[in-house]
Design a binder for this molecule. Structure first.
Ligand SMILES: N[C@@H](CCC(=O)N[C@@H](CS)C(=O)NCC(=O)O)C(=O)O
Length: 319
């Protein structure tokens, strides 16, 4: 875990998420893997998300993890937070030094192959079965600007790349190993699994997984890990927890071109780039922390990873 902030003991982490989100499934499975107890807050799958944004100050992506008045954005950072809260079993075994890099590839590349593949017309119809056409329209209208910065593959190229990736994973698993890097699970297993989990949710297009039996065996076992123990919490209750909590202390490392107390904004650099604005209170090699005062959430610290996010001075602080 980064040195930008310290975790303070909180009984149960609160996960803000929704059932159909692949990245949320990644975190739910990691919570299950670590046999953790957590509180589950349901967020909308499209904007507006007023209760989430009251915590984050702008960041809208799913999922978000809350520990009291500390709010953690992005599953790469959330994985490290879970690791600090519950070190065993580890997501980062020494035997798999490349696992974080494979996880990063899956989260950024495989995800954007799997999602458009699944959302081809037959898959989309299955995902939205039983819902009125307006639901699909609202979803499409929300996701168009959200993902405008993503370079899309043609459907044919997407399918070819998906099949090539599945074949590579199948060969990796061919010796019967339980996890991608061998006997120990790693963050890579969860990052690859959430992409394939999404494909499975759409039976008309999920047949693409049938040709790779080792992948099927591995995915079945991984998804069987489950989600740990959770209880439901209303978003208003999560806001009340934030209001009545004090954020953990944080510190800004020198030599980074930013000073503690400076007004800054932080935004994802790929898609879903709504910025969160606040006062910089924490900066380390792998974490950015801003403080914000919110009418409904009180004083919160919002945490982001550095990889994949841009930290900028707010205009009035620029000389
Ligand atoms: N890099 C982010 C990506 C998160 C992401 O893309 N989440 C999707 C859901 S799986 C999302 O936010 N979609 C739009 C929305 O839920 O509003 C992470 O690891 O958390």
């Amino acid at each position: 875990m980064s040195t930008a902030s310290v975790l303070h003991p909180v009984v149960h982490p609160v996960l803000h998420h929704y059932p159909t989100s692949p990245f949320a499934e990644k975190v739910r499975l990691m919570l299950g893997f670590k046999a953790m107890a957590w509180q589950s807050v349901s967020m909308p799958s499209i904007m507006p998300k007023p209760d989430l944004v009251a915590l984050t100050g702008g960041y809208r992506r799913a999922p978000v993890l809350q520990l009291g008045a500390d709010v953690y954005c992005d599953t790469a950072l959330i994985a490290r937070v879970l690791e600090s809260l519950q070190p065993a079993p580890t997501l980062f075994p020494a035997s798999a030094p490349l696992a974080p890099l494979l996880a990063q590839w899956a989260d950024s590349t495989l995800f954007w192959i799997a999602v458009p593949y699944t959302m081809q017309p037959a898959g989309l119809a299955a995902l939205f079965a039983g819902q009125p056409p307006e639901a699909i329209q609202a979803f499409a209208a929300d996701r168009k600007p959200f993902s405008a910065g993503v370079k899309r593959l043609s459907p044919v190229d997407g399918q070819l790349q998906l099949q090539a990736a599945l074949a590579a994973f199948d060969a990796q698993l061919a010796d019967g190993r339980p996890f991608l890097f061998g006997a120990d699970a790693s963050i890579a297993d969860f990052s690859v699994a959430h992409c394939l989990w999404f494909i499975r949710r759409a039976p008309p297009v999920a047949g693409v997984l049938d040709a790779t039996l080792n992948v099927t065996r591995w995915l079945d076992a991984l998804l069987a890990i489950g989600h740990g123990r959770s209880e439901r919490l209303k978003s208003e209750e999560a806001l009340a927890i934030a209001r009545s909590s004090t954020p953990a202390p944080a510190s800004v490392m020198p030599g980074q071109g930013f000073a503690a107390g400076q007004r800054v904004n932080v935004a994802a650099s790929d898609y879903g780039t709504e910025p969160s604005v606040g006062v910089l209170v924490g900066l380390a090699e792998d974490e950015i922390v801003i403080r914000r005062d919110d009418e409904r959430a009180g004083t919160v610290h919002v945490h982001f990873p550095r990889r994949g996010y841009q930290l900028r001075a707010e205009p009035q602080d620029t000389p």
